[in-house]
Write a protein that binds this ligand. Structure first.
Ligand SMILES: [Zn+2]
Length: 341
């Protein structure tokens, strides 16, 4: 009998810093040969590109599998299992598999796949890590609007939450063995302490909470939990436990074709304005800057944006700007495109 390969599931809401943390793990893997399964919204493939360019010699392109066909939690049988089977064919060359779920994915349906006999025989879930953007918690992003909820509950007493973000966030927290409270350096000590208390209250008692900046956590801890999470799935509650099927109807996303730009700073200002005005949750992708051989990687969480030139456009590659836009249902695509295309 060969030993089971450990798998780490990384969950966390849009923009929490999952990819940055995984990149850090890759660069500090201590000789472990890691394979990655990356699931994200839209076909732009930002996270996969960031991880493929991690610069770690032992991490090769064939070790990164991208699943762009919606949320991994909804496509377990169609996408995830074939990806795992492909990886298992090279199991002798792997020590550990890390799965990055999309920011809207629910971890529990994915975890359940590890209870299937053919998966269980070969793999064990070493742990579920939830990455949390401490600033988003401090801003009340995941909190119910108390007044709106009271009004809705009066009409429908069975109502759980009025904030779909909270539902996804709580499902992710409640499934976790470790919560990585990320970006705490952007908060005052008092706010950071308040957020830590809040997260402590929302997570299961057995869940460890660690704080991190830029996703820098110890790989020996993150990849050495030995939780065997497939054995205690029932102890990880979800808002969707009573449902046969779940959906993501509360959210919308689309890919926008961005123009070639002379002035990236001005365009990113516009992105931030649009994100603020239209309550966009996440914008990320690549931009073409006139006269520059490199393409510009842009990532926004709400109205906070970061940019860096990530690599040169390849010979024969079309230089085109592409951005994934994700928001709550009812996102005004026409208005956003009018402002940005
Ligand atoms: Zn799903």
């Amino acid at each position: 009998m060969t030993a089971k390969i450990p798998v780490t599931i990384v969950t966390g809401f849009l923009g929490a810093g999952k990819t940055t943390m995984i990149r850090h793990l890759l660069q500090n893997a201590g000789g472990r040969r890691l394979a990655l399964v990356i699931n994200e919204f839209g076909d732009v493939g930002v996270d996969g590109e960031i991880l493929k360019s991690c610069g770690v010699e032992s991490c090769r392109e064939e070790d990164v599998i991208e699943l762009a066909n919606g949320c991994i939690c909804c496509t377990v049988a169609d996408d995830f299992l074939p990806a795992i089977e492909a990886l298992l064919k090279r199991a002798d060359k792997l020590d550990h598999i890390v799965i990055e779920t999309s920011g809207l994915a629910l971890p529990k349906p994915l975890l359940k796949a590890f209870d299937w006999p053919q998966v269980r025989a070969r793999l064990t879930v070493d742990g579920v890590i939830a990455v949390v953007d401490a600033g988003a918690v401090a801003d009340g992003r995941f909190a119910d609007d108390a007044e709106a909820l009271a009004a809705q509950r009066a009409a429908d007493p069975s109502l759980d939450h009025d904030n779909p973000l909270e539902e996804v966030y709580e499902d992710q927290l409640l499934c976790a063995d470790i919560v990585v409270l990320n970006k705490t350096d952007l908060l005052s000590p008092a706010d950071a302490a308040r957020v830590a208390m809040e997260v402590r209250g929302a997570a299961r008692a057995s869940t460890k909470i660690i704080t991190a900046q830029e996703g820098r956590i110890d790989a020996d801890i993150a990849l050495g939990l030995k939780a065997g999470a497939e054995d205690d799935i029932a102890a990880r509650p979800s808002h969707h436990d009573a449902e046969e099927e779940h959906d993501h109807d509360d959210f919308d996303s689309f890919v926008l074709a961005a123009p070639s730009l002379a002035d990236p700073a001005a365009y990113i200002e516009r992105l931030a304005e649009v994100a603020r005005a239209r309550d966009v949750l996440r914008i990320k992708g690549f931009l073409d800057i006139e006269g520059k051989p490199m393409r510009l990687l842009v990532q926004g969480v709400g109205a906070r944006f970061r940019r860096e030139f990530d690599r040169a456009w390849r010979p024969g590659e079309a230089r085109r700007g592409q951005l994934v836009v994700i928001g709550r249902k009812g996102l005004d695509r026409a208005a956003i495109e009018a402002a940005l295309v």
